[in-house]
Design a binder for this molecule. Structure first.
Ligand SMILES: NC(=O)C1=CN([C@@H]2O[C@H](COP(=O)(O)OP(=O)(O)OC[C@H]3O[C@@H](n4cnc5c(N)ncnc54)[C@H](O)[C@@H]3O)[C@@H](O)[C@H]2O)C=CC1
Ligand SMILES: O=C(O)[C@@H]1CCC=N1
Length: 273
């Protein structure tokens, strides 16, 4: 699905809160025109209201037969929200759900078995073109549809194709929720810097740049993350002292992240039950 297709046929967002807005910002930055976008949301943000001055349609009476309809309400709201776009299911629209936990079978029940459905899990760095989205389609989403969905999602970052929908719970726990873990790492690293005597702004600037820079290096370097870690660690030095705490198998990062990611994956499975 190219930006040109979207600009020609339109894109609808059912729900445009934090994640829908992050994706929309990414698409606008890549050339999707605001006048090709319709948003159905009872509580639009100020930014969406501003975009209406550039042609974005907010809660229009009709949205026609758009190329894509992104389903971006909370899983618990989906059943109430979907009837607003039910008419589209008869046309050539691709439905792109980003709802955590909500299986494709739910959308087939709500939209009919003919609906072309792609289930995806993006993350909020999509707002700056640095997201990663996993996707999987229903039986009506043939290779061409999946390629089109992939192309659209690559406008806001990287993509991965899932072999099986059940992988979505683990994906959600790693990359969907993952930015929140990293933001919390920034918060707690800055707080620890303050506790060691740094002024708050300086501690936060150091923490943000360290996490951002290390993430970029991990993506760009040919070395693996464990090699990059070893490169920072001098024998008998400061990093080794910290890693003795963080890499402790009893109460360091490994068991902590294992528990956190399991809790998120379990919650994703619960939402789908
Ligand atoms: N926030 C994130 O990082 C991610 C969220 N998701 C998924 O994205 C979806 C949206 O999550 P957020 O953006 O975080 O939530 P949010 O609460 O920020 O956005 C949901 C939006 O839906 C609107 N809404 C509520 N009822 C509606 C209705 N009947 N019709 C149309 N719009 C309605 C709300 O006004 C709100 O703007 C969820 O299903 C979530 O699982 C997926 C990946 C990451
Ligand atoms: O917290 C949530 O349920 C959503 C899904 C992934 C990120 N936010």
């Amino acid at each position: 699905m190219s930006v040109d297709d979207i600009n020609a046929r339109g894109l609808v967002l059912l729900g445009c809160g934090k994640m829908g807005s992050a994706m929309l910002e990414g698409w606008l930055a890549k050339g999707v025109r605001p006048d090709a976008v319709s948003v159905i949301d009872p509580y639009p943000s100020r930014r969406l209201e501003e975009l209406t001055t550039q042609g974005l349609r907010l809660n229009p009476d009709s949205v026609g037969d758009p190329a894509v309809c992104v389903l971006a309400v909370k899983p618990q709201m989906m059943e109430d929200a979907l009837p607003q776009i039910g008419d589209m299911a008869a046309g050539g629209t691709m439905f792109l759900s980003i709802a955590a936990g909500t299986p494709i079978s739910f959308f087939e029940r709500m939209l009919g078995t003919k609906a072309v459905i792609v289930r995806a899990m993006p993350n909020t760095p999509a707002a700056v073109g640095r997201g990663i989205t996993a996707l999987v389609g229903n039986a009506n989403a043939d290779a061409t549809v999946l390629d089109l969905a992939d192309e659209l999602l690559r406008a806001i970052g990287q993509t991965v194709r899932l072999e099986d929908e059940t992988q979505m719970d683990a994906v959600t726990a790693v990359s969907g929720s993952g930015p929140a873990y990293v933001f919390h790492l920034i918060e707690t690293l800055a707080a620890a810097g303050e506790a060691e005597g740094l002024p708050p702004e300086m501690a936060m600037a150091l923490a943000k740049a360290t996490v951002g820079g290390a993430g970029e290096l991990a993506e760009q370097a040919t070395e693996s993350p464990d090699e990059l870690r070893i490169n920072v660690t001098s024998k008998g030095g400061t990093t080794a002292a910290a890693l003795q705490v963080l890499m402790n198998e009893a109460d360091g990062f490994p068991p902590l992240l294992r528990r956190a990611v399991k809790a998120a994956a379990d919650r994703s499975r619960e939402l789908g039950a």
